[in-house]
Write a protein that binds this ligand. Sequence first.
Ligand code: 5AD
Ligand code: SF4
Length: 485
Amino acid sequence: MNEINLDLIDTTGEPPVTEPERQYYYMAKCREIISEKIREKQRPLYCQTRTFGCQMNAKDSEKLTGILKQIGYTEITQEDTIEPDFILYNTCTVRENANLKVYGHLGYLKKQKQRHPDMLIALCGCMMQEETVVEKIKKSYPFVDLIFGTYNIYQLAELIYERLTTKKNVIEILQASKDIVEELPIERKFSFKSGVNIMFGCDNYCSYCIVPYVRGRERSRKPEDIIKEIKKLVADGVVEIMLLGQNVNSYGKNLEQPVSFARLLEMVEEIDGLERIRFMTSHPKDLSEELIAVMKKSKKICRHLHLPLQSGSSHILKTMNRHYDKEKYIALAEKIRREIPDVSLTTDIIVGFPGETEEDFLDTLDVVKRIRYDSAYTFIYSKRTGTPAARMANQVPEEVVKDRFNRLLKEVQTISAEQTMKNVGKTFEVLVEDINEHDSSLVTGRMSNNSTVHFKGNQSLIGKIVNVRLDEAKGFYYMGTMEEE
Ligand code: 5AD
Ligand code: SF4
C-alpha cells in the first residue's frame, strides 16, 4: 500500500463516498495544503506520534504515521530535539495510570503550543472513547486541535483536512465500527517484523475491563485479506509477524465462512519466506486442543504463549467473568507444558480485585508457583468507570493491595530468574532486532520463546536469524555469543 500514488488522484471534484478511495482523496487534498506550508516555511513540517498501551495501539500508530507521511510530514521521534508541527498521542485507558500520564503530557504541551501556535495537537485511541474524558479535554485543554476515537483511525486525513480548512477544533468519535477499511498506507517501525491485525474488539466483558466499551464488538478480518497482507509484508522483507487480537482464540467465529484460529495459523505457516509467527493474546477459556496440536507440529510458530491468568482464585475468576476456574487453568497450562516442552509461558495477573481475600490471593500465588511462568506482568486493580467491577462492594484497601502486589512481584521475579537459568549454555536461533541501547558494540535479538539476548555484533545483522549461545542469565535477559555458521 505504500506505493499509492496521490498524484493520480483527482482532487477537483467531490470526495468519493466509498473507502478507502475517500481517504486517498483527502490525503491528496491535505498534501496540497502541507506542501504549501512547507514552501512558506522553507523547511520540512515535522510530525511525532506517541503511543501508550498495547500492541494494538502500536499497530494503529503505524497506520497513523503512514497517513501523516503520505500527506507530507517528516517523522521525528521523541529523542529528536526539534519541536513537532503535528503531535499525536495514541492513548490507552486500560488502567487509570495510563490516563493520568496523558493529562500530565497535556500540561506540558500547553506551554509548547504557546511558543509554537501553529502546532497541531491530536489525541486518539482508547481513552477518547470515554465521554467523560472528551468533556474534560474540551473544558480543561481547549488547545487540543483534533480528537478522534478507535474507529476513526482510517479517517485521519479527512479529519486533518477539516481542521486545516475550517480552523475549528475537530472532534469525531464513532461509537461503533463500520466495515474494516483495508489498504491504507502504513509506516512500519521495523523492516523485518510486523504486527498484523486479525481481529478487532472484544466480546468477553471481563468485569474489570474497559476494552469492550472502547474497542467494541469482536470483528474478524477475512483470512484472504490477512494472508494477502502477510505475503506483501514478506515480499517487503518481513520475516516475523505477530497476529494481533484481544482474544485470538475466538478468531473467525463470526465470519460468513467461519475459520478457526488454528486453521488460520496453518494457512499462515504455508507462506514461503515467512520465518516466525507470533500471536497475542490468548484467552484460556477458548484455547483449543487443535491450537496446541498445530503449535506442536509447527516449524514457524514461536515457542511462546501468553496466557493471562488474572487471578488464581476460582471465586474471583467467577466474579471477573473469566469462564474458567483455578483447576481448569492449571490443567490447561500443564497440558501445554507437556505437549510443547520448550514453550515459554507468560501471563497477566491483577491484584486487589474487589472482594479479593488473603485466601484468594494465596490461590494466585499457588498457581504462580505451580506453573512457574517464564515471565508475568502484574497489575494493581484499577477501577474503570462503567465496568461492572467498579460498582462492586468490597473494594480492597490500598495498603493491603500494595502488600500483596509486592509479595506477588517477588515470587514472580524469583521464578522468572530461575526459569531463565535453565537455558544457559544452550544455543538458540535469534532474530537480531537492534543495536544495544547502552553499548553500540552489542546487538539485541529475540529468541523464539520471546527472551532477549545481547551479544557482539553490528548493524549488518539486523533482521537476520543467527545462532547464539547463551553465556549468562541476567534476570529476564541473557548475554550471549554468536556462533559462526
Ligand atoms: N485493572 C488492572 N489491570 C487491568 N487489566 C485490564 N483491566 C484492568 C484493570 N481494570 C490488565 C489485565 C489484562 C492486561 C492487558 O491489563 O491483566 O490482561
Ligand atoms: Fe490496548 Fe487496552 Fe490500552 Fe486500548 S485500552 S490501548 S486495547 S491496552
